[in-house]
Design a protein around this ligand. Structure first.
Ligand code: GLN
Length: 273
């Protein structure tokens, strides 16, 4: 079968089929222009059968990132498996904010809590190579993926297994950043799209979606240097709740940032007490 006909059979999710075909051809670095230029190329049977298998899995809803085994984030290619959340573009606003603070205050150290694939930690490290980066996660399987990404991308980070801050006793940072699980357990989005296949513990606290955020806001002051910042990603409708939790805990300079789509997406505060 030729390229054009193989793709025509998957018109319903054409763009994903194109990415999968390039992946099967070992041409993941190419784009659809290659496929157009080669649309009458004959596909080897072996390639075709792997491609058909992947398309079938995509049709059942398995996220493209898990089928490819990677997702681009902050121009880094990160390995992802079903053990980690698929990095989202909206999280880049948290990275930008962290990078700004590192530059503004000349920070030398930073902690990414609940790192998953290592997306935030790797992105900040790539933008600030001198920074000493620590990344934690409660999941040993997630940390194994983060370690693989750190090695492949040559971005050394310290990895620690810890349920939020409980495993980081006695350690302090001038900047702590986290994209915690914040989807409420009754949010219908959990049963739709990619989220159905992602680790549930990375998406929801099993309650109102603010459980992990409450824990981090409560526990982080013991781990922040004086004047240190805590930045948290949250749901588009959680900004007021997160700001309130931070204010009650005694944070100052509480600030909201919006994601690329213009939705309220991250709240930060400074610990000056
Ligand atoms: N932003 C993700 C979503 O709503 C959720 C990620 C998270 O809970 N940290 O799809």
């Amino acid at each position: 079968m030729i390229v054009k006909d193989a793709l025509a059979a998957h018109a319903a999710f054409r763009r994903d089929a194109e990415r999968l075909l390039l992946h099967c051809l070992d041409l993941a670095h190419e784009d659809r222009a290659w496929l157009i230029a080669h649309d009458t190329d004959e596909l080897p049977n072996k390639v075709l059968s792997v491609f058909e298998e992947l398309c079938q899995q995509r049709q059942t809803g398995i996220p493209l990132a898990y089928l490819l085994g990677y997702r681009e984030f902050w121009s880094l290619r990160l390995r992802v498996t079903q053990d980690v959340l698929i990095p989202r573009p909206e999280t880049e606003c948290l990275v930008e904010w962290a990078v700004e603070l590192v530059g503004e205050y000349g920070l030398s150290r930073f902690l990414d809590l609940g790192t998953g694939s290592g997306a935030i930690a790797m992105a900040v490290k790539s933008a600030c190579p001198e920074l000493s980066v620590t990344a934690s996660d409660a999941s040993a399987r997630a940390l194994a993926i983060a370690a693989e990404n750190a090695a492949t991308l040559d971005l050394p980070v310290e990895l620690i297994e810890s349920n939020w801050l409980s495993g980081l006793v006695g350690r302090k940072w001038p900047l702590i950043v986290s994209n915690p699980p914040y989807v409420a357990a009754n949010d219908p989005h959990l049963a739709a799209g990619d989220l159905r296949f992602e680790p549930i513990s990375a998406l929801t606290d099993g309650d109102d979606g603010l459980g992990a955020i409450r824990t981090i806001v409560d526990e982080s002051p013991a781990h922040l240097e004086p004047g240190g910042w805590l930045l948290l990603e949250h749901g588009y409708d959680q900004a007021a709740d997160v700001a309130k939790l931070m204010a009650l805990r005694g944070f100052n300079c509480i600030t909201l940032r919006h994601d690329l789509a213009g939705r309220p997406r991250a709240t930060g505060g400074c610990w000056t007490s």
